[in-house]
Design a protein around this ligand. Sequence first.
Ligand code: G3P
Ligand code: CA
Length: 288
Amino acid sequence: MFSLQGHRGARALFPENTLGGLRAAIALGVRTIEIDVGVTRDGAVVVHHDPALTPDLTRDRCGAWLPDRGPLLRELTLAQLAKYDVGRIRPGTDYAERFPGQAAQDGARIPTLDEALALDNTTAWNIELKSLPTHPDWTLAPEEMAERVLHVAGAAGALDRITVQSFDWRAPRHVRRIRPSVARGWLTSAETVADAALWLGRHITDMDDVPDAIAKEGGGAWTPEHTDLTEAMLSRAHELGLLVIPWTVNSRADMLRLIDWGVDGLITDWPDRALTAIAERPAEAGRP
Ligand code: G3P
Ligand code: CA
């Protein structure tokens, strides 16, 4: 089954990583939602992309936009975090220019992972753990973060509907160790592969070597930046039994090309556009 995944919900259409945005993405017919998570000072797993509050998205309790990068998630309690509004992209920013069609939902808060999982009991979740090997002090250690995510998903009865993915492979590696039945995703970009020694313990010399490195980690899904992927890499990954689900595929032409190549899914800010592309390629992609 082709895995169409709504990125941060459906970021081009609805506020990213918010309950309203996630709910709206599910209502579009998206069966798998990609979200990002971090952990607050008091241990709550929350759905948010950046390790700190970002001025592109965040207004304080008085409605004022943050002038600069705000506090780290790990410096705030869940109650403190709940005071911030993330329901609108700051007008006039490059970020707003990228997503002019996003319908704001003023008053939206950063949700917890358990609130997101409770939205629907059939939706699958691709949960990206945002630990940063280059800034280990900004977040919990990847292993501890993975344990908290598994705990929340377990309590929600969702362990069979989640994938744990990260650019920092220590998180999915830990999941394999402690809960091997949970699906794992191995994210890459050119930058993170160049830094592989920080999270893999050794260098990866070439992007072509990534599928074999993932197979050595026990396999699962490779989620490469779509501009890095070649047909030869896709074919090698398939030989090794990996799923290949590139991100963030936003143009119709890229969607159709990758579907024709035979990818196993794609992650997109425009899942509505992807649903149309998939409908044009029923033999290749099947139903999402
Ligand atoms: O799931 C892949 C994609 O979300 C990774 O990039 O920065 O949007 O989290 P980013
Ligand atoms: Ca992500």
